[in-house]
Design a binder for this molecule. Structure first.
Ligand code: G3I
Length: 364
């Protein structure tokens, strides 16, 4: 019996399959996601946004949330002590508003993308004001304008051999110990009470012992923060998957999501892309493999009512960090194919897989 839902899904799949290889499908991921009360968003590459009109058109056509790839990091926002530069972030925020998209901030406190003057100050004369003044200023500047902030980013590191799995090599941890996290969240909540405050983390997704240890450390950290009354509201799972290098298991990922949901946190997939290095030479084969993993991964995530949605870390292979990053780029200079649109802004099977996963999700 073909139920209405199956009929719609089938029709939509056929329609988007038919149109998915036109220039840009008339159906956009943002609209399909919104119909289910979910988010589809993407990181905005600064160069592309500034110089590439077709890139902007694709953002406007496909996303219902944006995050800046670099413009809301401290290196960009406070290049000199007390001197703030909101120009690039504001241009993206204005664009988002113009196209009725939400925006999220990334990231208030990270061990990377810090201006040199800050690293020197943290080493020579660490003061909590280096956290609170900045967050009060920046989260205050965007008060009420962002759906969420990544307050802290990548605070765990198995490589640092810390008993709690903390990134003890972080300049923030070295200066203040773990409580820098408490300070940051309280300052963000005071500056912007209604924006969702997230802890964002990488490498929580793999079927591997070290990733399992990291998931355990993340859950224990969240427990400690909640027990200390830290206003943490969400976990950002970056979701940089490595298709031909790391195993992925639906049950392991599903169980981890349930553990996070049981702690009362919302979840967002914040930086989804799939590194295809070491895959088959044939791009069509890699595209099919990427699409298959995309569907599996998003089907699990969207089956959880506390998962708000997914942002890809870029929308087109033309502007993907994967093609520049030593560990994931193709030695022969080929572009990584880990995003829904190719370098000519044509939708790939990954787009279709994302559309099907959103369409198949339970409505929120
Ligand atoms: O803007 C300068 C440019 O003026 C200069 O000529 C050029 C040469 O060095 O550097 C440019 O800045 C670069 C910036 O991206 C903008 O393109 C930085 O060097 C470069 O380090 C920076 O890389 C970004 C990286 O975060 C560090 O901030 C990547 O684009 C961005 O994709 C990456 O994103 C991270 C997330 O924030 C956290 N999760 C992992 C993810 C991937 O590494």
């Amino acid at each position: 019996m073909v139920t209405r839902r199956k009929f719609v899904a089938g029709g939509l799949a056929a329609l988007s399959a038919a149109k998915a290889f036109a220039n840009t499908p008339s159906l956009d991921l943002g609209a399909i996601a919104r119909r289910k009360g979910l988010i589809y968003g993407t990181a905005v590459n600064g160069k592309g946004f500034a110089k590439d009109l077709r890139f902007r058109e694709l953002l406007a056509a496909q996303a219902n949330m944006l995050v800046c790839e670099g413009a809301t990091k401290r290196q960009a926002l406070e290049p000199k002590p007390g001197i703030y530069d909101y120009s690039e972030a504001t241009a993206v925020l204005d664009f988002a508003n113009q196209h009725k998209m939400k925006m999220r901030g990334h990231t208030l406190v990270w061990h990377l993308a810090n201006p040199k003057w800050l690293l020197d100050a943290l080493q020579d004369k660490p003061s909590e004001a280096l956290i609170t003044d900045y967050i009060t200023e920046v989260a205050g500047h965007f008060r009420g304008k962002f759906q969420s902030w990544d307050v802290i980013n990548e605070v765990l590191s198995p490589d640092d051999w810390n008993r709690d799995g903390m990134r003890s090599s972080s300049p923030w941890f070295k200066a203040f110990g773990e409580r820098y996290i408490d300070i940051a969240f309280h300052a963000a909540k005071a500056a912007d009470p209604n924006t969702l405050l997230f802890y964002n983390e990488l490498n929580l997704e793999a079927d591997a012992r070290w990733s399992e240890d990291k998931r355990t450390s993340a859950l224990k950290l969240i427990e400690r923060l909640k027990s200390r009354g830290v206003p943490i509201e969400g976990l950002g799972i970056q979701s940089h998957l490595k298709l031909y290098r790391l195993r992925y298991d639906d049950r392991i990922f599903s169980r981890f999501l349930d553990d996070v949901g049981a702690m009362g946190l919302k979840v967002m997939l914040t930086e989804f892309d799939i590194a295809d290095a070491e895959g088959p030479r044939d791009p069509a084969k890699r595209d099919a493999d990427v699409a298959s993993l995309t569907k599996r991964y998003l089907d699990v995530a969207f089956s959880k009512p506390f998962v708000l949605g997914c942002l890809t870390w870029g929308i087109s292979d033309k502007y993907s960090w994967l093609s520049k990053y030593e560990n994931y780029k193709w030695a022969d200079g080929s572009l990584s194919r880990g995003l829904p649109f190719d370098e000519n802004f044509k939708p790939k099977p990954m787009w279709q897989a994302m559309a099907s996963a959103y369409e198949g999700a339970k409505g929120r």
